[in-house]
Design a binder for this molecule. Structure first.
Ligand code: XIL
Length: 311
């Protein structure tokens, strides 16, 4: 039978999904995940608030469950994430700034060492940019300045030399101030010999608003010698979703897949979740939903068919 993973693999790409621990106990989701997708991103289970809820005490059980599910279905795993201003436990933000670098390096070393050899990639720093292309002044920036990013990448590389190391953000899919900021940062890191392998374009789109510069933007990062990946694709619709919106969503999904296939080092596309019934969108963008390729009854939508056609 036709599957996203089979079609993607035939093109030298992967097609991924995000899974949380609760998704693992839903047989409909695990069945679709294991059949259609060949890459898993843990939705929450490798984030700092889960893995190091208090200073120096680590909890890898939830992340390990996602990894073992993936291995049992011959899926690879994208680690997500090591350093992020959100889902960050309060103890980190309460530290004296002089102790933040040590805490960050210990966290990265311990977590990346735990998963060494088991992950295809790590989102080492997640969402570092403001919309205007400047770096967010989060606790890591406040403690170390811009240099926290190079330090995080070097620390992750030392712990897991085989994982592809990514910077990941949203609203950097098209060419704009924010993606220009990411581009300049990537250029500067590479010129300093910092181990950076790829840029993750989250791709949380609104239906009809996939940027026309997506492919050109991917291409400019690839021209620096980097991989790119669509890491968290969804395409939200104001509810109730009309049939014309679902058709536009199909066009959008097809366009994202076509852009990736047109760029040699766009390594794969991951959807954020399996189906509309378990997507994060409703909880974060009230009034919106229907953002994935599967409806709440686990049936493939027009976006699924368009994706198959594009692959
Ligand atoms: C989301 C999860 O899906 C939710 O369950 C959680 O409550 C908040 O985070 N960008 C990211 C992801 O990099 O980690 C986010 O995941 C979605 C936006």
């Amino acid at each position: 039978a036709t599957t996203l993973r089979g079609l993607a693999e035939a093109k030298g790409r992967y097609f991924g999904t995000a899974l949380t621990r609760s998704d693992l106990s839903n047989g409909s989701e695990t069945s679709i995940a294991g059949t259609q997708f060949d890459m898993v991103t843990p939705g929450n289970e490798m984030k700092w608030d889960t893995t190091e809820p208090s200073n120096g005490s680590y909890n890898f059980g939830p992340g390990d469950q996602i990894v073992s599910f993936a291995q049992s279905r011959s899926m690879r795993v994208r680690g997500h994430n090591l350093v992020w201003h959100a889902q960050l436990p309060g103890w980190v933000t309460s530290l004296p700034l002089s102790q933040v670098q040590g805490a960050m390096e210990s966290h990265i070393t311990t977590e990346a060492t735990h998963y060494r050899g088991k992950l295809y990639a790590w989102d080492v720093v997640n969402e570092p940019f403001n919309e205007d292309g400047t770096l967010r002044h989060d606790v890591f920036y406040n403690a170390m300045g811009t240099n926290y990013i190079a330090d995080a990448l070097r620390t992750a590389h030392a712990a897991d030399p085989d994982a592809k190391l990514y910077l990941n953000d949203y609203n950097i899919e098209g060419q704009n101030a924010k993606s220009n900021g990411m581009y300049s940062l990537a250029q500067s890191l590479l010129s300093q010999g910092v181990p950076l392998n790829g840029i993750g374009l989250e791709s949380h789109f609104i239906v009809g608003q996939v940027p026309s510069s997506l492919q050109a933007n991917m291409q400019r990062f690839v021209a620096l010698g980097l991989d790119v990946a669509v890491t968290e694709l969804d395409d939200r619709i104001q509810l109730p979703a009309s049939s014309s919106a679902l058709q536009q969503q199909a066009t959008d999904y097809g366009n994202v897949v076509k852009a990736c296939l047109a760029v040699s080092r766009c390594v794969g596309v991951s959807q954020w979740g399996v189906d509309d019934g378990h997507s994060w969108i409703g909880g974060t963008f009230p009034g919106y939903g229907a953002a994935t390729m599967y409806d709440a009854g686990y049936q493939p939508k027009p976006a699924y068919n368009a994706t198959v056609t594009a692959l």
